[in-house]
Write a protein that binds this ligand. Structure first.
Ligand SMILES: *Cc1c(COP(=O)(O)O)cnc(C)c1O
Length: 292
């Protein structure tokens, strides 16, 4: 992975709060294996190769950054990949899944119940030897995922910052950032799910400390959006040149703005905001919604 392309850049958007907010641009590392996904997958991959597994199996939705990243990682490593896709009864289509399939990923569509249990449909075992499969949990959640996410901060000098701020889905990235953060730093996670009451426990179960989660900025729930959020994305891009996605990073940057207005952050705080990449969700928007 060309990690030398990972850079810290200021986001002038926040100058109106008389402070400088810096952004760690993980969206730059790879067009498909975007952002935090590579970091979360890397040690699962290492273990799969050490165990001489020949296929990565994982779980995700129709526009999942994690599905596409896993397909691309497997392809580069010379492994098969299997995606169990959350959906209705039958196949669903999306540019993300088409791209994953083009990278060689075999897709299986499971109903929501089976998906929640992360059960593997029998058809998978008809096509692949059970012993050849290496399973990566949904979103890369788990200790290897957090250990990988901890390496995110190796690519930047994060010492000057008081706060490290990131979007949170499963909380794996937050747990990793907490492992890597200095004792004087606070890790703040913006939840992108509605009523994600288990997030603190999920993060704590991966050994995190120093993490504070913020819950008011999901804009209706996971992969939901409001007109204000879409307007924010376009205005933010115009002013900073930074593209965001409405599932994760738009809610993150939007929340940071709101948290300055509310006094949660103040001008003496030095924020490093993690741009965790992953623009797949935007492919579900009607053409012309976004200016980038
Ligand atoms: C997957 C993803 C996240 C969430 O990471 P977790 O470790 O599941 O909390 C955040 N941002 C982007 C862009 C993602 O693709």
């Amino acid at each position: 992975m060309p990690l030398s392309t990972v850079k810290i850049e200021p986001a002038p958007w926040y100058n109106k709060f008389h402070t400088t907010v810096d952004v760690l641009r993980l969206d730059r590392i790879h067009p498909l294996i975007s952002g935090n996904k590579w970091f979360k997958i890397r040690f699962y991959l290492e273990e799969a190769l050490a165990l001489r597994k020949t296929a990565l199996l994982t779980f995700g939705g129709t526009y999942s950054n994690h599905i596409l990243a896993t397909a691309a990682v497997a392809r580069e490593a010379g492994l098969h990949s299997i995606g169990l896709i959350r959906g209705g009864e039958g196949p669903v289509a999306s540019p993300t899944l088409e791209e994953a399939a083009a990278l060689g990923m075999k897709l299986y569509f499971t109903d929501r119940g089976a998906y929640r249990e992360q059960t593997v449909p029998p058809a998978v075992y008809e096509a692949f030897e059970k012993a050849s499969l290496y399973r990566i949990p949904e979103g890369g959640y788990g200790l290897p995922g957090a250990r990988g996410a901890a390496t995110i901060l190796q690519n930047a000098d994060s010492a000057p910052y008081t706060h490290i701020v990131a979007a949170a889905g499963t909380g794996t990235m937050l747990a990793g950032l907490s492992q890597a953060a200095a004792p004087h730093q606070k890790v703040v996670g913006i939840s992108v799910l509605r009523g994600h009451h288990g997030l603190d426990a999920a993060v704590a179960a991966l050994g995190a400390r120093n993490v504070q989660t913020v819950h008011g900025y999901h804009c209706g729930g996971y992969a939901k959006k409001t007109p204000e959020l879409l307007q924010f994305m376009n205005a933010f891009f115009t002013e900073t040149g930074i593209p965001t996605d409405f599932v994760y990073t738009a809610k993150l940057f939007y929340a940071v703005d709101a948290l300055f207005r509310e006094g949660f952050f103040n001008k003496n705080d030095r924020l490093l905001v993690i741009h965790s990449g992953g623009l797949q969700g935007n492919r579900s928007l009607p053409k012309g919604t976004l200016i980038f």
